[in-house]
Design a protein around this ligand. Structure first.
Ligand code: SF4
Length: 425
């Protein structure tokens, strides 16, 4: 790295690309190319921003080559491929646009590393719809927050700091008085303790049983006849308490994380949550919030939808986009030998690993990535929101934030690589 390219600078109001909350208040110091998070970063942000970049070169089958040769080799692999698969897709809106363009040109299947969770949501949206709220609405309005199957902070560290116990809110002058409920097991409920020590209420429940609990709660709210004889006294008390607070909230929010609902047909549990929220809206204001889509996942869903008409798991092999959320998952495509080349993209998190596959693997990943096999081509790429400007969608999908460049990198962007490859095909 050339330190002359890095004048000492403090960057303020920097949006962090390392989870889908995209906190936009970080203060990052760049001193001769070494980054320090000076304010507002969580441990994940600090780990990523402050990671020292190794200096490595592109490789073909482990041998160092020029960037030009690596790009040429990728284009040759894709030209001779009949069914390529583009997956991982850890990049920003610009990188995703280029991915979709190249996928269309080469007849590829497109999927994201976090699609399994995102697809659970998509099935619910396509079937019966939902009533979603936004992070800003929660911050400014909510007086009751129910977490179903997630504690938020394990995956999205600053959620409580930014949106629940925030001091300034436009319409809720008593954010510290917010009621917090958890439904689930093995959740870190400590952040749910209010600033003045008010404990949250936790309904202990296996994640796969949340749907049943919510169905009973919904029926109770609706005044349906429900046989509650088999419920324990404790469970009945929890049910009544939650029913009371849901009905009396002025602005309630129900939060889940589809990636953490990892059991068969979890989409039905999500649908039960959404249907109950719709019902509550007959008498008060209530919204849903889904937490998920790190590594550009929410952006990937949006870009795929506006480019192809479908969310992820789209196949361009027949010359038009075909959508199948099960068949075109990365796991199924590889298991069923439906791809003959894999392009894996991961420009945010160094800990993601491409799946092992018995086909040519092209890896566009951060320089510190250590794949546990030798890919056919590896081009180290820079990170959107650190090494170059760009855009990413937040978890609530309504806001795309402009990312800032806080460091000069010698590594190319995903967009640059894919556009160069596209020009050779
Ligand atoms: S919570 Fe997420 S977006 Fe916010 S600083 Fe941490 S990693 Fe970055």
């Amino acid at each position: 790295m050339n330190s002359a390219k890095h004048p000492d600078k403090i960057h303020k109001e920097v949006p962090c690309p390392f989870c889908c909350l995209l906190c936009d208040d970080l203060v990052i110091q760049n001193r001769a190319g070494i980054l320090k998070v000076r304010e507002n970063g969580c441990s994940r942000a600090i780990a990523h921003y402050e990671q020292v970049q190794p200096e490595i070169q592109p490789t073909i089958k482990g041998k160092v080559v020029t960037l030009k040769d690596a790009i040429l080799h990728i284009s040759n692999i894709l030209k001779s491929s009949q069914h390529p698969l583009f997956s991982g897709l850890g990049t920003d809106v610009g990188g995703l646009r280029s991915t979709l363009q190249l996928a269309d040109k080469t007849g590829a299947i497109v999927d994201h590393m976090h699609s399994t969770g995102l697809t659970r949501n998509m099935l619910v949206l396509q079937d019966l719809g939902w009533m979603m709220t936004t992070l800003t609405e929660i911050k400014n309005h909510a007086d009751l927050i129910v977490f179903a199957g997630t504690d938020a902070v394990s995956g999205y560290p600053r959620f409580f700091e930014r949106f629940i116990w925030n001091k300034n809110a436009l319409f809720n002058k008593n954010t510290g008085g917010r009621k917090v409920f958890y439904i689930g097991e093995n959740l870190d409920t400590r952040p749910g303790i209010s600033p003045d020590g008010q404990q949250p209420v936790t309904v202990q429940c296996k994640h796969e049983d949340i749907g049943e609990f919510i169905a009973i709660l919904h029926a109770t709210l609706a005044g349906d006849k429900v046989n509650l004889e088999n419920l324990s006294g404790k469970r009945l008390k929890e049910l009544k308490l939650l029913a009371y607070h849901l009905t009396n909230a002025r602005y309630g929010v129900l939060v889940w994380a589809p990636g953490e609902m990892d059991f068969p047909h979890a989409e039905l549990t999500i649908q039960a949550l959404c249907e109950m929220v719709k019902f509550i809206n007959r008498s008060t204001r209530f919204g849903c919030l889904s937490l998920g889509g790190n590594d550009g996942g929410v952006s990937a869903v949006n870009v795929s939808t506006w480019q192809s008409g479908y969310p992820l798991r789209v196949n361009f092999n027949n010359g038009y986009p075909e959508y199948d959320p099960s068949r075109f998952s990365t796991d199924n495509v590889l298991k069923n030998n439906e791809a003959d080349a894999l392009v894996w993209i991961s420009s945010f998190d160094t800990n993601t690993r491409p799946p092992k596959a018995d086909i040519p693997v092209i890896l566009l990943a951060t320089p510190a990535t250590e794949p546990d096999f030798t890919p056919d081509v590896f081009i180290p790429v820079c990170t959107p929101g650190v090494d170059h400007a760009g855009y990413l969608f937040r978890t609530d999908s309504v806001v795309s934030l402009p990312l800032k460049q806080v460091r000069v990198s010698g590594y190319p962007s995903v967009k640059h690589i894919l556009d160069c490859v596209s020009g050779l095909i």
